[in-house]
Ligand binder design. Structure first.
Ligand SMILES: [Zn+2]
Length: 105
């Protein structure tokens, strides 16, 4: 079973299989810079993704996906920006992260 790595997100492959809501789960990127942004956005402290870590598709914009044939891939530079509610409610500098990473809100 795969769980979403975003702190506070309950989505997992058990609750959201492919027939349910169209939620997909995405591996952390290989690019170290983008990977670091993803890790920051999970809202977790002292945590690093493993081979099995995933972030689910509710945290990405439609535009972040490169939908080809039947596969739903993320663009290489996509970062999760949606539904990061946990981060907002905690004392993490949400706006700082966003102003660095996001050009248009
Ligand atoms: Zn999620």
């Amino acid at each position: 079973m795969v769980n979403c790595s975003i702190n506070g997100c309950k989505n997992s492959s058990r609750t959201c299989n492919s027939t349910n809501k169209g939620i997909t789960f995405h591996r952390f990127p290989k690019d170290p810079d983008i990977k670091e942004k993803w890790i920051n956005l999970t809202g977790r402290q002292d945590w690093f993704p493993t081979e099995n870590s995933r972030i689910c598709s509710i945290h990405f914009h439609e535009n972040d996906f490169n939908v080809t044939a039947k596969r739903c891939n993320l663009m290489k530079s996509s970062i999760p920006t949606l539904n990061i509610w946990k981060l907002c409610s905690e004392n993490v500098s949400f706006n700082t992260i966003f102003s660095q990473n996001i050009k248009t809100m």
